[in-house]
Design a protein around this ligand. Structure first.
Ligand code: GDP
Ligand code: MG
Length: 242
């Protein structure tokens, strides 16, 4: 659970995850938060990784995947800390991981009421069409931060997760697809934020989408990484993140 200054929502979200998916480990990566995010998460029962300064969602996810590999976890589900993702959908995502490497909890796939408009809608549409072609499956929500990763994807992401603020969601997907990963989406309904403020306003999130498109083009030309079931390059390197 990547979290940046989410003290208002994170406690309830962690509690909800732990009750909706009993037995899981809930890891909150507090990314240089300057509020009580880490404390609230810990009180609610999460394991907390506290990054000393803000790396952005991509950097936080890489730290999370690295933690997963170092602690022997084979399945990872990314859930927002603001309550927008319903933890009850986690098991649906995990079920789909028996067939594919990556599963995306997607809006616009027949569930919920979420609607975008204007340039944002166009950029999302363009991303969806392009990514669907690359993935050879229908993807309607490529910037969704509600995702599941199976064993091969966890290994890959622990060593290669795009951390630049250039649309980490899209870029990580392209990286995985080029490594030979399979992807599928499952429809989910998104909820309202439970408190706090979004990190992007409408203008900035449109810019974000444009950057995601640029990232898509760039990552398509990058050298692909191999996909492996076990990868020692993610562990045993200099200094782990803890
Ligand atoms: N680790 C980390 N998480 C972040 C950062 N910015 C936002 N997040 C988290 O990413 C999730 C989605 O962010 P949010 O602002 O709600 O984006 P939106 O839902 O797309 O509007 C939330 O759990 C945030 O706490 C950041 O810089 N670092
Ligand atoms: Mg949000």
């Amino acid at each position: 659970m990547p979290a940046f200054n989410e003290e208002q929502a994170v406690g309830a979200v962690v509690a909800e995850v732990l009750s909706a998916v009993p037995g899981v480990t809930c890891l909150v990566v507090s990314d240089g938060s300057t509020d009580a995010t880490a404390e609230r998460a810990r009180l609610a029962g999460a394991t907390v990784l506290q990054l000393p300064f803000n790396l952005g969602v991509g950097g936080a996810m890489r730290a999370g995947f690295r933690y997963a590999v170092e602690h022997g976890f084979t399945y990872v589900v990314q859930v927002d800390a603001d309550g927008q993702h319903n933890p009850r959908d986690v098991s649906t995502l995990v079920d789909a991981l028996s067939e594919v490497d990556i599963v995306i909890g997607a809006r616009f796939a027949g569930e919920g009421e979420y609607k975008a408009s204007g340039p944002r809608a166009w950029a999302m549409k363009l991303l969806a069409v392009t990514m669907s072609r690359i993935a050879r499956t229908r993807l309607t929500d490529t910037t969704s931060g509600f995702r599941g990763a199976g064993p091969r994807a966890v290994q890959l992401f622990a060593s290669h997760y795009p951390s630049e603020y250039l649309g980490d969601t899209v870029e990580s997907l392209v990286l995985a697809l080029r490594a030979g990963a399979t992807v599928r989406q499952v429809p989910v309904a998104m909820r309202e934020r439970a408190g706090g403020v979004p990190s992007q306003n409408a203008f900035r999130s449109t810019i974000y989408l444009v950057r995601a498109l640029a990232a898509l083009i760039i990552s398509l030309t990058a050298h692909p990484y191999p996909l492996r079931e076990t990868d020692t390059s993610a562990t045993g390197r200099t200094g782990s993140i803890r």
